[in-house]
Design a binder for this molecule. Structure first.
Ligand code: PLP
Length: 372
């Protein structure tokens, strides 16, 4: 059998994005695909060879820095939010040099922080949430001690799309002389393009680093994550010597790494411009409202009023509903606390997809003979 035919058979088993309402990834923008193809053989693990690609990475970091209120930010394009979070905490740990260090994250933090604890030998303390599922600042404060190297706030939580009180966390970080990392893997390319953006980025003096992933709302090709630091000293704290390649030091977690994410992320942001990004975000937020109304008409209630294009609907039957939808090749997520189904309204979602999905949910409920 022709190998491409064989590949096609595997690819057919994948569920198309048109039936995915439970992922923070999306179909890449057409300009991202073009850019990706142009950079397909590049390796940023050896920037002395791929000089142009490396220069482009600096330009992208600068552009992301501009979006996040610090054009002088430094950083690099990671394999995703997981690497961004690991590396931020690794930099904090290395800079502070404290024995048996700890870091405080909200209970709502992405599971990548469990990897942080395991890999870095840093204790990960989990702070309580308030009734709106934002981190409770007094709980964070009560956990800070003289071994704390940093605290973490989330701008766009994975499950609910909630934004923590980053302003208060920033003040707390300054007052306690600890670093503050903001995990804006998702929200970092949503909030800046909203009509009334909340404060969450380098505008706040206490923010030391930000994870912001172009392969989520930036419509870049995978992998394209981003890690930005307020100043150079954080990157320096990650450096290891690289004797046999074209540069002397490397600060990334991975060695060989693609330039495709850099090119595709840069292409989308430049091609659409900030106004184009605003349109994309506005459309996703509007569709989120449509989904909310349609699901409410089936008797569902949201867990919180959607803050961004993530919306969760309370139901005791979240897992059964998800399984039945999956059997019908529709993808949503289920969350545990509170039990709910979670939808992410990414750029690939259209009004037609929403209507088709809601009618499928109605059918599922009747088949399972359950109420929300
Ligand atoms: N941080 C947040 C807030 C996320 O929502 C996610 C993934 O959804 C991550 C980090 C991890 O990102 P990745 O899967 O790109 O490693």
């Amino acid at each position: 059998m022709d190998v491409l035919k064989e590949l096609e058979e595997f690819r057919k088993k994948d569920i198309p994005y048109t039936r995915v309402l439970g992922s923070m990834c999306t179909t890449p923008h057409p300009i991202a695909i073009r850019a990706h193809e142009m950079f397909i053989e590049t390796n940023l693990g050896d920037p002395g060879i791929f000089r142009g690609t490396f220069e482009l990475e600096r330009k992208l970091v600068r552009l992301l820095g501009e979006i996040l209120h610090n054009p002088n930010a430094c950083g690099y394009v990671t394999s995703g939010g997981t690497e961004g979070n690991i590396q931020a905490i690794r930099a904090f740990r290395n800079l502070k040099g404290i024995d048996r260090p700890n870091v405080i994250v909200p209970k709502s933090a992405h599971f990548s922080f469990d990897k942080v604890g395991d890999l870095l030998g840093v204790e990960v303390r989990k702070a309580e949430l308030d009734e709106e599922f934002k981190v409770d600042v007094s709980s964070v404060e009560s956990m800070i001690d003289d071994r704390t190297v940093g605290i973490v706030g989330i701008a766009g939580t994975t499950e609910l799309g909630q934004v923590d009180p980053i302003k208060e966390l920033s003040k707390m970080a300054i007052d306690n002389d600890v670093f503050l990392h903001v995990d804006a893997a998702f929200g970092g390319l949503v909030i800046p393009f909203m009509d009334e953006p909340m404060d969450f980025d380098f505008k706040l003096r206490g923010v030391s680093s930000i994870t912001v992933d172009p392969h989520k709302m930036g419509m870049a090709t995978i992998p394209a994550g981003g890690l930005l630091f307020r100043e150079e000293k954080f990157l320096k704290a990650l450096e290891v010597r690289t004797p046999y390649i074209t540069t002397k030091y490397q600060w990334t977690l991975t060695g060989t790494r693609p330039g495709t994410g850099v090119a595709s992320a840069y292409a989308v942001l430049r091609h659409l411009g900030f106004e184009g990004m605003r349109k994309v975000v506005r459309r996703c937020l509007k569709l989120t409202e449509v989904v909310k109304e349609e699901m409410e008409s089936l008797g569902f209630e949201t867990v919180i009023e959607p803050v961004m294009n993530v919306v969760c609907f309370k139901t005791e039957h979240a897992y059964e509903i998800r399984e039945e939808l999956m059997r019908r090749r529709w993808v949503v997520s289920a969350i545990e606390n509170p039990k709910a189904i979670r939808l992410v309204i990414m750029p690939h979602v259209t009004e037609d997809i929403v209507r088709e999905f809601v009618s499928e949910v109605r059918d599922v409920m009747s088949k399972l003979s359950v109420e929300p």
